[in-house]
Design a protein around this ligand. Structure first.
Ligand code: 0WA
Length: 340
C-alpha cells in the first residue's frame, strides 16, 4: 500500500490496508518504513489523518471510529521523562478513563522496540498496550507505573543490601524470560526498571535499544556506564550483555552512584574495553555472597560470565544469607559512597 492512502480499520489486532491482503504486524510496518525512506517527500507531507496503528489491549485503549488520536481519543498530561528516542508523558484514554504512559518517537525509531516488545508477556515486563502513528511520528502506549528504580535511588541515595538483591533477582527473572524469547534488552538500568505502588515489584520497560538475538546488530546502543565490554568493542552481542548491565545496576543501588563515574569523566567506551571490571567498586560493607554475584556477573569475557539463571540463583542465595527482604522500600536517605 502507498503511504498516502493508508486507511486502517482498527479492530483489536486485525486491520486491513487498502490494496493489501489482511496484514501482519511487522512486514506492514516495514513497508511503511521502507516506502517512507524511498519517497521522503511523500512522508513529509504525511497526511495527518493517517492514523494507522495496532492495539494489543483494547479493553484499556479504545479507538473510536477506527481512529485513536491525541487530544481526542486520548489526552496527554504531564511529562514523565526522556525515554529512548522520545519523550514519555502520562496519558488517559477518554472513553475508558484508563491511564497509561505514551512515548512519541520519530517513525524511523520504533519498529525494533515494537517488534521486540509486542511478543512479550511477563509479570516482570511492562505491557505494551499499542502503537499508533501520528503523521511523521509514532506513539507507543504502555501501562503506567508509579515510578522507577532510578527515582528511588535518587531519593534514598544508597539502597539497603537486601532490597538491592531483591530488585536484582526480579530483573534477572525478566532477563531469563527475555533469553527464552530470544530478545536482548541492551539498556538495562535503574531508569528502565519501574516499580509497583508498594515498591516491592519491578517491571522492565523501554525496549528502544532491544534486539532480536538471532540477527546480531553491531551498532553500539544503551547507556555508557552500563555497557558490557563486548558491546563497547562491537563484538558479538547477546544476552550476556544484559547480565553485565544488571550488575552495573546492582552497584548503582548499593553505592548510590553509577560505576566508572567516580574515576572517569571522559567517554567510557575505551575504559570499559581496556580496564579491569569495576569490581573495585563493590562496597566493602556488602556480604561475601553479594560480592560473589558481582564478580560472576562482571566477568569481561561473556563466555565466562554467569547466565541470568545462574546469577539469579547466586542472588537468591545472597538474599537468604543477609536474612531475606526485611528493609522497607521507603526509608532514610543514605549518603552515596561517592557523589559524582
Ligand atoms: O519505551 C517506552 C515506550 C512507551 C512508553 F510509554 C514509555 C517508554 N519508556 C519509558 N517509560 C518510562 C516510564 C513510564 C512510566 N512511568 C515512569 C517511567 C521510563 S522509560
Amino acid at each position: 500500500s502507498s503511504v498516502g492512502d493508508c486507511s486502517l480499520a482498527l479492530a483489536g489486532l486485525r486491520y486491513v490496508v487498502s490494496q493489501a491482503d489482511p496484514c501482519y504486524t511487522r512486514p506492514f510496518f516495514k513497508d511503511v518504513e521502507s516506502e517512507a525512506r524511498e519517497n521522503e517527500d511523500e512522508l513529509s507531507k504525511a497526511d495527518s489523518e493517517c492514523n494507522e496503528g495496532l492495539i494489543f489491549n483494547s479493553d484499556k485503549i479504545q479507538p473510536v471510529d477506527f481512529e485513536y488520536k491525541e487530544g481526542r481519543e486520548y489526552i496527554l498530561s504531564h511529562f514523565i521523562k526522556e525515554g529512548s528516542y522520545g519523550e514519555v508523558h502520562s496519558a488517559q484514554d477518554v472513553n475508558t478513563g484508563h491511564r497509561f504512559a505514551a512515548k512519541k518517537v520519530n517513525y524511523l525509531f520504533f519498529s525494533e522496540e515494537v517488534g521486540a516488545w509486542s511478543t512479550l508477556r511477563s509479570p516482570r515486563i511492562t505491557e505494551l498496550f499499542g502503537v499508533v502513528r501520528e503523521g511523521p511520528n509514532v506513539v507507543l502506549l504502555m501501562e503506567e507505573k508509579s515510578g522507577s528504580l532510578g527515582q528511588l535511588i535518587m531519593k534514598r541515595g544508597r539502597l539497603p543490601e537486601d532490597l538491592s538483591l531483591h530488585y536484582q533477582s526480579q530483573v534477572l527473572a525478566a532477563l531469563e524470560y527475555l533469553i527464552k524469547k530470544k530478545v536482548a534488552h541492551l539498556d538495562i538500568k535503574a531508569d528502565n526498571v519501574l516499580l509497583s505502588e508498594d515498591g516491592r515489584d519491578t517491571f522492565l520497560c523501554d525496549f528502544g535499544h532491544a534486539e532480536k538475538l538471532d540477527n546480531q546488530g553491531q551498532n553500539l546502543k544503551g547507556t555508557e556506564t552500563h555497557m558490557a565490554p563486548e558491546i563497547v568493542k562491537g563484538e558479538h552481542r547477546g544476552a550476556k550483555a544484559d547480565v553485565w548491565s544488571s550488575c552495573c545496576m546492582l552497584l548503582h543501588m548499593l553505592n548510590g552512584c553509577q560505576p566508572w563515574t567516580r574515576y572517569y569523566t571522559c567517554r567510557l567506551y575505551l575504559k570499559i574495553a581496556n580496564e579491569p571490571p569495576p569490581i573495585g567498586e563493590i562496597p566493602p560493607d556488602c556480604s561475601p555472597l553479594t560480592a560473589e554475584v558481582l564478580k560472576a556477573g562482571l566477568q569481561k569475557d561473556p563466555v565466562k560470565r554467569s547466565s541470568a539463571s545462574q546469577l539469579k540463583e547466586k542472588t537468591d542465595r545472597a538474599l537468604k544469607e543477609v536474612g531475606g527482604l526485611t528493609s522497607s522500600v521507603q526509608g532514610p536517605y543514605t549518603e552515596p559512597l561517592y557523589v559524582p
